[in-house]
Write a protein that binds this ligand. Sequence first.
Ligand code: C2E
Ligand code: CA
Ligand code: CA
Ligand code: CA
Length: 279
Amino acid sequence: AKADGRATWRFFDPRMQQALDASAALEADLRLALIRQQLYLSYQPVVDRAARVTGVEALLRWAHPQRGEIGPTEFIPQAEKSELILELGEWVLEAACLQLVHWAASAQTAHLTMAVNVSARQFRQPGFIDQVLMVLQRTGADPRLLKLELTESMLLTDMDDVIGKMAALRGHGVGFALDDFGTGYSSLRYLKLLPIDQLKIDRSFVQDMLHSRHAASIVRAIVNLAYSLDLAVVAEGVETREQWSALEAIGCTAFQGYLFDRPAPILDADSMVGYASLH
Ligand code: C2E
Ligand code: CA
Ligand code: CA
Ligand code: CA
């Protein structure tokens, strides 16, 4: 910009305009992606102590025509700034439920549970219960196989509304997990009030537990807490056998991570046999 031009724009950094343009462009692109079917789900197995697959977590991906595969951390925060996240969230729910219906047709996969990440804005919308129930009805998926993953921070405000929504969906068989557990604010009092089934230990603790006593203590505390509250506990981000053994020794009952499988659009036959060879 010329020196005199800059004086006019003293209060507006051109880089700020660029950032605004980029985020508007991303949002527009994302809307098109929904219409043009560029979004898809990858599924990452969750295994039990015997390394058998008990379910998966659905993770959103964007097959961008120019940029290739884009991960959710690059576009979900942008989608969350507008109502677009509601459409995106519904698309994810529907795609995940359709996959459940597909799996229900084969004895080998009929028992698999499907964990779906729900964004704060999506969960807080007044029509959330109906959104979930309608998708279940439309697809014919078994509600007992659906688990919704919420994060601690989104549960802190308007607890009555949160508990009401969870209780209503649980009445239909839908389960709830608390994701990234240990990274937010958790008070023991509210944990006891929330109708959840599962805690998911954040992968940062799993990654550090072998070389940080602090991280190891946190993992142990979460596992004990889960036990005393009668909740299942899943360790995420398990990458090595050593981490797996340490988690097993502490009493963790379910595991997820690259050691078993990376997220993939298709659950391959060898994952269905389980990962017992890793033992
Ligand atoms: P998350 O719910 O904590 O999901 C787990 C993330 O850890 C995934 O990243 C997964 O690919 C990654 N991961 C799994 N195992 C390992 C491992 O062993 N090592 C390492 N380093 N990473 C592992 P991803 O797919 O990039 O997703 C990032 C986040 O985006 C998710 O974190 C979740 O918060 C959000 N997300 C993904 N899909 C959706 C969605 O459909 N809706 C919403 N609202 N959020 C989503
Ligand atoms: Ca999750
Ligand atoms: Ca997580
Ligand atoms: Ca595989």
